[in-house]
Design a protein around this ligand. Structure first.
Ligand code: ATP
Ligand code: MG
Length: 539
């Protein structure tokens, strides 16, 4: 067992390995961007079950998104193929479904209850609407009449998936002991983004002296507007006395310029005392490029032209210093570029410019899977199709609709033969991701949607005061601005080789840019015209 253990952990660096090897008890892994959080967590679980005699069925790994759960399952399947099916890998919401399937009777739910999607929620609320109230208000307030009507139809809504299991466990110590005995090894990813209910659920599942591993980066906490509270991360050691803390400081993603710049930006409000991030990969010496454009359209034009130039090859003399930013740009395809922005509205100018230039792109949106073209039809026709598994039937009814089939394939495969799961998941899919990481297209993403991803070349447009930080009524408090700074930090640290930051004359420059000590000012990219001083031409 010893030698198998060491070979499994061989792919980790000393810090990652130290984290993976911690024997048991509460463990907090504080890890910056690109330091290999997922890698560390999956190796830890794989090592526990293959070399340390932990039954795979005792392992529960909680992630925030379905995509993250899928990625974890894929990686674990490579490391511990015999154990992966026994490990419970769940999002907080699918964990809620699991608990309610087992104990939902307490709320009058059958074991096959359904999850109401927003339309169904409104329908149910409309059926009980009274006193001049709007149906939407009843839903938002979790009105008792609305909830009763939901239950009468054997339904829960999305919020119930956390709140009902929570109240079940809070009322019933024996249930708590039961789950604690089932999952003796609990890990949670992106712990900086838990909200209060998720936190309470987690504390019930993991006793203070239990084997809980929390991993995350407080400087990447960006979901305060949704109720997330980075305070839970910061007080882990009080909640779990005797907790071990390990830091991962080696960045395997970004160039030295990107790591250095990102650290300068986050420094004024970093939540990690003495934060360190060390670049481990050599992506050449290209500096961060900053560009000032006269308008949003001009800015989008800059993005399109720069992409064309980088793709055009190594003859891309971006900088006056005579340095050629050809290194590392060879062999890039469209999928290696991402354009990030603060608000979805900003994507319009980009879509226009990329379309005009004939550059292929995809916009990441979080539509409901059920709302994607073709999906509703397939879900409906499924009942009449031949085939024993969900996947077979989906394939049969999808026909020529390859796009819808590709969208549904992972979910269908996961559902095996028990259709109800498929329909529940469709209803659960409020956050289904339309972005295909394998498509050879330029990615257009909001900064929030870029979380966890990496690209060789990254543009952040609209680096302006008012957009970064975004200003809205009541947004002026220091905490809101700190969160915007963290969001900018998340965006910058997506870049592997090249990072371009741009702003327009529409607003003052983002105050976050002031922290950057080294960058190259790129000119307007007017063909062959060099600017004076540090203003340099792109062509
Ligand atoms: P983020 O906070 O941005 O989500 P992360 O900590 O989750 O970052 P990963 O995406 O897991 O980082 O890893 C970043 C990159 O570094 C990946 O391409 C990964 O394969 C690589 N990587 C991680 N650890 C190592 C290692 N020990 N040796 C080589 N490459 C590594
Ligand atoms: Mg990650």
């Amino acid at each position: 067992a010893e030698s198998a253990g060491s070979s499994l952990l061989d792919g980790l660096d000393p810090e990652q390995r130290a984290a993976a090897e911690v024997a048991g008890g509460p463990l907090l892994i504080i890890a910056g961007p690109g330091t290999g959080k997922t890698r560390t967590l999956t190796h830890r679980i794989a090592d526990l079950v293959t070399s340390r005699g932990v039954p795979a069925s005792e392992c529960l790994a909680i992630t925030f998104t379905r995509r993250a759960a899928e990625e974890m399952a894929e990686r674990l399947a490579l490391l511990a193929p015999d154990a992966v099916d026994e490990v419970t890998i769940a999002t907080f919401h699918s964990l809620g479904v699991l608990i309610l399937r087992e104990h939902g009777a307490r709320f009058g739910l059958s074991a096959s209850f359904g999850v109401a999607d927003p339309e169904r929620q409104l329908e149910v609320a409309l059926s009980v609407v009274a006193d001049g109230k709007e149906a939407r208000e009843l839903v938002d307030a979790g009105d008792a009449r609305y909830k009763k009507a939901l239950r009468a139809q054997d339904l829960v809504d999305f919020d119930d998936l956390i709140s009902l299991p929570l109240s079940l466990l809070e009322e019933s110590p024996p249930l708590v002991s039961g789950y604690r005995a089932r999952w003796r090894w609990v890990s949670v990813d992106e712990y900086q983004d838990v909200d209060e209910q998720q936190y309470r659920l987690l504390r019930l599942l993991a006793p203070p002296d239990g084997n809980l591993t929390a991993i995350g980066d407080p400087d990447q906490a960006i979901y305060r507007f949704r109720g997330a509270d980075v305070g839970f991360f910061l007080r882990f050691r009080e909640d779990f006395p005797g907790a071990r803390t390990v830091q991962l400081t080696r960045n395997y993603r970004s160039s030295t310029a990107v790591v250095t710049g990102a650290m300068q930006v986050i420094a004024p409000s970093s939540l990690v005392p003495g934060r360190e991030l060390r670049p481990m990969v050599d992506h050449g010496a290209a500096p961060i490029g900053v560009h000032h454009a006269s308008s949003e359209a001009a800015e989008a034009g800059f993005v399109a032209r720069t992409i064309e130039q980088v793709l055009g090859g190594a003859s891309f003399h971006a900088f006056d210093s005579g340095r050629v930013v050809g290194d590392g740009t060879q062999g890039l395809g469209f999928s290696d570029f991402a354009v990030l922005y603060r608000t979805d509205r900003q994507s319009r100018a980009l879509v226009e410019a990329l379309t005009q230039s004939g550059l292929p792109f995809q916009k990441r949106s979080h539509d409901r899977l059920a709302d994607r073209p073709g999906v509703a039809r397939i879900a409906h026709d499924l009942a009449f199709a031949g085939g024993s598994t969900v996947l077979e039937r989906v394939r049969a009814v999808a026909g020529d609709d390859h796009t819808a089939y590709e969208l549904l394939k992972p979910l269908a495969a996961e559902c095996g033969a028990d259709f109800e799961r498929f329909h529940t998941a469709l209803a659960l899919g409020v956050e289904v991701d339309t972005w295909d990481p394998r498509a050879d297209r330029i990615s257009l993403l909001t900064l929030h949607a870029s979380k966890g991803l990496e690209f060789p070349v990254v543009f952040i447009v609209g680096c302006e005061d008012g957009l970064l930080p975004l200003r809205w009524p009541g947004s002026d408090d220091v905490e809101a601005v700190d969160e915007e700074r963290r969001l900018f930090f998340v965006g910058m640290t997506r870049a592997q080789r090249h990072l371009f930051l741009s702003h327009t004359s529409g607003r003052p420059k983002s105050p976050f840019l002031a922290a950057l000590k080294a960058y190259e000012q790129l000119g307007d990219a007017q063909p062959k015209r060099k600017r004076k001083g540090t203003q340099l031409s792109l062509l």
